[in-house]
Design a protein around this ligand. Sequence first.
Ligand code: PLP
Length: 437
Amino acid sequence: MALNLAKSAEAFAEAKQYMPGGVNSPVRSYRSVDCDPPFIAKAKGSKIYDIDGNEYIDYVGSWGPMVIGHAHEAVVKALQKAVELGTSYGAPTLLETELAKRVKHLMPSIEMIRMVNSGTEATMSALRLARGFTGREKIVKFIGCYHGHHDSLLVKAGSGMATFGVPDSPGVPKSVAENTITVPYNDVEAIRKVMAESGKEIAAIIVEPVAGNMGLVLPKQGYLKELRVLTEEAGALLIFDEVMCGFRASLGGAQAAYGIVPDLTCLGKIIGGGLPVAAYGGRKDIMLQISPAGPVYQAGTLSGNPLAMTAGIETLKIMTAIPEDGQPDYSRVLTLKTKKLLLGLQVEAKKAGLKLQFHQAGSMFGIFFNENPVYDYETAAASDAEAFKVYFKSMLEQGIYLAPSPFETAFMSGAHSDADIEKTIQAAAIAFAKVAA
Ligand code: PLP
């Protein structure tokens, strides 16, 4: 690799002695792209800097949260002020209610909310609530949708029609996995069949309404509506996991973009502005089942942490600021920037003679090295992994920081400039030519 990553390589070797694989979350290890990861020293705006002094334009954005850019002045200032007041109280604060109100304003389906610390915790708790509320045990998830790493959802199925889950990871009890039914994404007939056979045993269908964990895969027209109808008919709950697409597919999330009202919604990433926050919320009658209002237990020492609430509030404030007369609002600007980048990439791919798939949902985007349409895990997995590796490495060498996997989504932020977008398109021209060579 042309890039000088000597210090990062040394740091990675040392980290591996203390942490499994040298990291605290697997994909950071760069294993799927056969190179060592840059170790990060700092980030500001649209840029991220490694300990060797390399600068990159960042489209990972900490895997989604950094929608207003890194170290935004307003967030930094608010955090500096907040930290002086203490870092954690384990007691109610005004900040929690303020963030709750802001979320409800943007997503009216979230009549009540519970703050937690990670997306995993949000989906895990939402499932417990759905099971407690309905008195049913089975849940349905879609192949290729990721909802965190707790036992019930770390399950996929073989290809084809729905099968009863087998554990995806050693350590997931079979008895737990058996209650998770997995179905191909975007396959209306498959989910209809499952609901016809087992609908009355199903507590909830959980779905990424815009799927971002098999690359970016959009729901087909009418698919989410079908899920809404099927759950209503079966007396099951519809859970939208908007941990990634919340505030990105549109300001009001995928639920606003597609006009569907889920029973429960899981949020994460942006809601904490880069600090560890997630949440689940939804219909008041369901949420009132949560302890101490109701019998479904769920708690957290650091839940609603004042620093994390502060970062989330500041981030949402910026995203919802009223634009000057005639100017598009924040999320519209993000969408337009993303469109501009994708159009440029499309032109360069065509020039290189590559037929690729380009997907966008608001400020989320993804490329598949695949000549054919991608609409589920199977079609996503049929993409050319070797071509992705060539593209990824070339982009990294040219200072463009992408997620090191073809099954991840890329993110635009408000801090990305026209110059950043232009530079990215130019880099992609070189990377695509290498892929085509
Ligand atoms: N749900 C979705 C849609 C996600 O994309 C993720 C993480 O990327 C999670 C849940 C899990 O969130 P966390 O990593 O904060 O546990």
